[in-house]
Design a binder for this molecule. Structure first.
Ligand code: LLP
Length: 429
């Protein structure tokens, strides 16, 4: 077998996997599994690489981390201290943002099908809103007229790693279409909103630049029309997130400098050509900042060979990491205590959930697996813990943060008692 090349922060120490300088075997012994392990340094590196590449071509750039990818308070805090802003989608995310130290002026809200009480809470907290429909704008303006307002545009081009994750184009529920957008700004202006932004987010897990080129062109042509026909200036233009990371061995990196050269330069040239001044360019990456900064450790408890398949049964299922079951997503998996093994076998890696779809991987090529082995599921930092559940009444996993080469428990493993929190039994039946 060709030995897999490990990339930072993964390291092979005599056949054992280290993550950001810490032995995964020790982590599993100390904290048990399933366990999410987060590298603070990798998040910082991802942020700085992206920011550096963008700012190289345009000075007025802000990164709004899409909190939904990973809302661990420490992840939020690390990004905040790097200089990030935050994109949120629910009152819960706003609450976590404020709890982690983000001030309201650094938080954006891009919800969909938002309730009035949620709009009121956002207005009271002075949080800038990207409205997703005319209905949302009308209801917001009745509750309170914000100083600044932004409209989410459907630029008619979407992209993403799975249909569920394409958030623009004809099938999408998100955003307003061109003619509606013009109307919306006119209404906001009549209502005496003073400052404006404009927003799009075309999808998630995008590894090519072409969809961004097309969508940015469309967004800016709409911004130009609004500027001319309604007579307003844009303080910011938000082109969303969606920057992919390679999961499969053959996928290549999303080269952020190349992205910047193509897309940020296009933005710079077009805003100038269209007389849009020098608005802030906002981007909203989630996955790019956190996916490869976290692994999921899980222990093999059962090896089962049937006439047609070979299963490695582990203690993390789609309750812990939903992506493979929900989108058929591929995550690389290593045998953390046996990196040097040369033989390869093909396994289905199955979790403890009582559904046949509960596979972390199908036909995964790994060295021969034994009961007691420790597996590391890579690229687990984005939409991992944040999409986990208590399905099958399994308490959620614990999370550890590696800071300066030392592990810190940042989220306790849930206990059985957490399964009854919020439940009430009502008397005799
Ligand atoms: N901005 C908005 C308005 C979004 O809806 C999203 C993601 C992002 C930014 C960040 O997208 P990212 O840079 O992380 O691709 N659960 C799926 C991904 C769903 C993404 C939803 N919206 C997955 O596990 O692949």
């Amino acid at each position: 077998m060709v030995k897999k090349k490990l990339r930072e922060p993964l390291e092979d120490h005599k056949g054992n996997l280290y993550f950001d300088g810490v032995s995964t075997i020790d982590l599993a012994k100390t904290y048990d599994t399933p366990l999410y392990v987060i590298s603070e340094k990798r998040i910082q590196d991802n942020y700085n690489r992206l920011y550096g590449a963008l700012v190289n071509n345009y000075k007025y750039v802000r990164i709004y981390y899409a909190a939904k990818a990973n809302t661990n308070l420490n992840v939020l805090r690390v990004l905040q201290s790097q200089g990030a802003y935050l994109d949120t989608v629910s009152p819960g995310e706003v609450f976590l943002a404020l709890s982690s130290g983000f001030t309201p002026d650094r938080i954006l809200f891009t919800g969909t099908n938002v309730r009035n009480d949620e709009l009121k809470m956002l207005a009271d907290a002075n949080i800038t809103i990207n409205v997703d429909s005319q209905s949302e704008m009308d209801r917001l303006l009745k509750i309170s007229v914000p100083q600044i307002l932004s409209v989410r545009v459907n630029p008619e081009v979407g992209a993403g790693h799975h249909n569920h994750c394409i958030t623009a184009g004809p099938e999408s529920k998100f955003g307003l279409w061109e003619e509606e957008v013009i109307q919306a700004y006119a209404i906001a202006q009549r209502a005496r909103v003073e400052r404006f932004g404009i927003h799009m987010h075309i999808g998630s897990g995008i590894l090519e630049f072409e969809p961004y080129v097309q969508a940015v062109e469309k967004l800016l042509s709409i911004a130009k029309r609004v500027h001319k026909e309604v007579g307003i200036d844009f303080e910011f233009i938000d082109i969303g997130g969606g920057f992919g990371v390679p999961y499969k061995p053959k996928e290549k990196e999303f080269d952020v400098q190349e992205f910047s050269n193509k897309v940020v330069n296009l933005f710079k040239n077009k805003t100038k050509e269209y007389g849009l001044g020098k608005p802030f360019l906002f981007v909203e990456p989630g996955r790019y900042l956190v996916a490869d900064a976290c692994i999921l450790l899980t222990t093999v408890n059962t090896v089962k060979v049937t006439p047609s398949r070979k299963f490695a049964g582990v203690d993390a299922g789609f309750n812990t990491l939903l992506r493979p079951a929900m989108y058929g997503s591929y995550h690389p998996i290593l045998v953390a205590n046996n990196l040097t093994a040369t033989s390869t076998e093909t396994y289905d890696i199955a979790g403890p959930i009582c559904e046949s779809g509960d596979l972390l991987a199908k036909d995964h090529s790994v060295p021969d697996i034994n009961e007691g082995d420790l597996l590391a599921v890579l690229n687990a930092g984005a939409y991992g813990y944040s999409m986990s559940s208590q399905y099958n009444s399994r308490p959620r996993a614990a999370e550890v943060l590696i800071r300066g080469g030392k592990p810190l428990l940042v989220r306790e493993r849930e206990q059985l008692k957490d399964l009854v929190t919020n439940q009430k039994m009502h008397g005799e039946v």
